[in-house]
Design a protein around this ligand. Structure first.
Ligand code: ZN
Ligand code: ZN
Length: 255
């Protein structure tokens, strides 16, 4: 059974990613309030009660802010690391599952391989999903690229990859110096250049979808991010796209 994926919205004002294979449907993060999350899920044809699990990458509000209420209302199991749980302000959900960021686990028909990332949260982790011999890598919120990230994301059929900021826009933009330092630091976010460099360092021979995510609305533009990715690919294929904060990204099938 093959996979498909969609973005409910991507950026510092809320994140949510859908991954589906057969009747297994996973939501990664929910940074939208209940009503907004329900609207966005239904826009993609998903009834919230059909979600198999919510996987949480880390406790920052744009990723976890809507998890509790959605999980409580629809009794959806929530998965997270111990560290994320320790940093969570509203940890009362019907079913709480923990995962170790170095150990694979399975949700229905989808294999999940988590991997830790350098980011200023307690125990942040992102994921590679596998089903039907296809691999989808999903990563955002990482301040730098580790060898383990390169290894994890190598050989994927589809990638959702953070292109957070353009360094020059960040330097000349509206963020105060302290926030600029955080975003641009080793535990902040990936710049267009860092993400593009990562692309040049991994096996891309199977890649059929590249989705640029978590673009800063203040310190980046889709044009700059797409240009950086195209330069790394030495090509601008039609399957290279950005996920939008408001609209997200329509379902993409992994063939
Ligand atoms: Zn974030
Ligand atoms: Zn974060």
């Amino acid at each position: 059974m093959h996979m498909r994926f969609a973005s409910l919205g991507s950026g510092s004002r809320g994140n949510g990613t859908l991954v589906e294979s057969g009747d297994t449907r996973i939501l990664i993060d929910c940074g939208f309030f209940l009503r907004e999350a329900e609207l966005r899920l239904r826009r993609f044809g998903v009834e919230p009660q059909t979600l198999s699990a919510i996987l949480v990458t880390h406790e920052h509000f744009d990723h976890i802010g809507g998890v509790s209420r959605l999980a409580r209302k629809y009794e959806i199991p929530v998965w997270m690391t111990n560290g994320t749980h320790a940093g969570w302000e509203d940890p009362h959900v019907p079913t709480l599952m923990r995962f170790n960021p170095h150990e694979a686990f399975r949700v229905g028909g989808i294999d999940v391989q988590p991997f830790p990332v350098p980011h200023d949260a307690r125990e942040p982790s992102h994921f590679v999903f596998s089903a039907g011999g296809r691999r989808l890598g999903v990563i955002s919120d990482a301040g730098s690229v580790t060898p383990f990230m390169r290894q994890s994301l190598s050989g994927c059929d589809a990638l959702m990859l953070e292109f957070n900021y353009d360094p020059e826009m960040l330097r000349n933009g509206p963020y105060p110096a302290k926030l600029q330092k955080r975003v641009g630091g080793d535990y902040g976010h990936l710049s267009n250049g860092q993400a593009a460099e990562l692309l040049t360092q991994i096996d891309r021979s199977r890649l059929q979808h590249l989705v640029l995510t978590h673009l800063s609305e203040k310190n980046n533009t889709p044009g700059l991010a797409l240009a950086a990715a195209a330069q790394a690919l030495e090509d601008a294929p039609p399957w290279l796209v950005c996920a939008h904060q408001a609209r997200g990204l329509e379902w993409r099938e992994i063939a």
